[in-house]
Design a binder for this molecule. Sequence first.
Ligand code: DAH
Length: 345
Amino acid sequence: MRERLQELKSEALEKIKHSSNLKELNDLRVSYLGKKGPITEVLRGMGKLSAEERPKIGALANAIRESISEVITEKRSELEKAAVQKKLEAETIDVTLPGRPVKRGSRHPLTKMIEEVEDLFIGMGYKVAEGPEVEIDYYNFEALNLPKGHPARDMQDSFYITEDLLMRTHTSPVQARTMEKHKGKGPVKIICPGKVYRRDNDDATHSHQFTQIEGLVVDENITMADLKGTLEVFAKKIFGEDREIRLRPSFFPFTEPSVEMDISCKICGGEGCRVCKQTGWIEILGAGMVHPNVLRMAGFDPEKYTGFAFGMGPERIAMLKYGIDDIRHFYTNDIRFLQQFSVQE
Ligand code: DAH
């Protein structure tokens, strides 16, 4: 019996030594030390022993149980430590890894274009003025020398809300509103950026909603030469010092005389190409001397004051400056398009 018990002990110790996880170890504990285990089994045969032998075998069995239990406890703490270690290793944070980059947005190319033009004019002493996008007929048309029924109203197909209320078709109404506020006293020197709306079918060069920047200077002794000099500075600063400008006679009801300004085509250098439609010149904006009727209606004396005005489309300017071929790119927000303009500011 002694031998059998010793055998069981060494067998148990051997298995414990090789157990590789806590579950296996627990199973061994149950099987060797539990009531149905082999040691209890051996002790069942104690009845056959002499009275002298019995306590000795009992003591031996207990000692064996204890040592098995001790070894199990040791092994358990060893396995537990190993498990913690493994977990720690798996969870180590590598503080030297580079961080995940934060994706930064950037300002919209159109916003940038508008701000570039604003900055240029602010540098020449202009103030930025704004007006409502839902406008009354009076400021959008009438105060700009476009009375009801005037054929030139057809130049700007409009979204009417009521008979007297519409989405403004240009930023020119801000001219009339600002002059009114000055109560007949100059100087007025403003640029007015903003959204405008027209009943157009959208295509590569047309959009039912786009932006404009309006400029207006009213003071004593303002002449066409002031207009030309201002537009020349604008063209050279925005498109490059090597650009030439030319003024062509045109018609706008709110200016007299009216002109359209072209810049020389950089692509062909004046030879004629697809972009300049073989003319060597590219149309940029409309301008002119403020019509006496417009001055008068806004409370200015046209005998004392004169002024010039101009209106341009930032989309068109950005398209020419950056070689963008479709106005719809500005509004469809394709991130690949927008990212090309996200230079560090
Ligand atoms: N309002 C004109 C348009 O939308 C643009 C324009 C032309 C504005 C000539 C002006 C100007 O102030 O003088 O077509």
